[in-house]
Design a protein around this ligand. Structure first.
Ligand code: ZN
Length: 247
């Protein structure tokens, strides 16, 4: 069974940024995994939670419900500080993701771009940097050697994609997006499921109208940038993130 690993910063990124891809590949028989680095406790919208602890529990539940709707095989929320990924210890964060890549052994990893996606969120930038280095270093026997003592072996993931967009948002800081190289055209059902998954994050309800309007207007295409591949090649336009993947 092929495996897809999606690495995100906040609960709701899996639906908002990657919902179409996660659903599509799950329904194609791909084992899908989401690793979300934070519990999203820096959110402005708190869904009635009276403490960070309460909000974390709420958002973990919402994430699980969203993953369920997107047919994600396994969704994991870690507890890095929301809004603080740029101040985390680099080797610690990369080592943790490298270990998970070596354990899960995906063929394809999807994450955000180092620009921070259309919202320009610094956490999105940092998840991109951490995930990118985990992609590259998981396959090398001279990186995080201590992980390789108990049977864990290096794993070279075949492709790395950044989620990207074909538009920017004028009310956000400027972003320079990675060019689109892969396009998934969502069916109506996939689009509706993506929106429904985003709406599982009920603590973030004030964001729903803007998200839904944007996705209905511009989100029929979920677009990606092929950032790295094990096969040296010229950039080609793709419509399948698993194109050319060797079993
Ligand atoms: Zn986010």
């Amino acid at each position: 069974m092929p495996r897809l690993l999606c690495i995100t910063a906040h609960p709701d990124d899996e639906a908002g940024a990657f919902g179409g891809a996660l659903l599509r590949y799950a329904e194609r028989g791909v084992e899908t995994h989401v690793i979300c680095l934070t519990e999203g406790t820096a959110a402005t919208h708190r869904g009635g939670a009276s403490s960070n602890q309460e909000l974390a529990a709420l958002r973990r539940d919402e994430f699980a419900t969203s993953c369920n709707l997107l047919k994600v095989t396994q969704g994991t929320v870690l507890d890095y500080p929301d809004g603080g990924l740029d101040r985390q210890d680099f080797p610690t964060a990369v080592a943790e993701l490298t270990r998970r890549v070596r354990e899960l052994r995906p063929e394809v990893i999807i994450t955000m771009g180092p620009e921070g996606a259309i919202t320009a969120h610094p956490d999105h930038s940092m998840v991109s940097i951490f995930a990118t280095m985990a992609f590259h270093w998981a396959g090398r026997s001279n990186r995080f050697v201590d992980q390789l003592k108990n049977g864990l072996i290096p794993h070279q993931t075949q492709k790395l994609y950044y989620g990207t967009a074909l538009f920017t948002m004028p009310d956000r800081p400027p972003v320079s997006l990675p060019p689109t190289s892969a396009t998934l055209e969502l069916s109506q059902r996939e689009l509706e499921t993506k929106i429904a998954a985003f709406k599982c994050h009920t603590s973030q309800a004030p964001l729903f109208p803007f998200f839904e309007e944007t996705v209905r207007k511009r989100g029929r295409l979920e677009v990606f940038h092929l950032a790295a591949t094990v096969t040296p090649q010229k950039m080609e336009t793709e419509t399948d993130l698993f194109a050319g993947i060797a079993e």
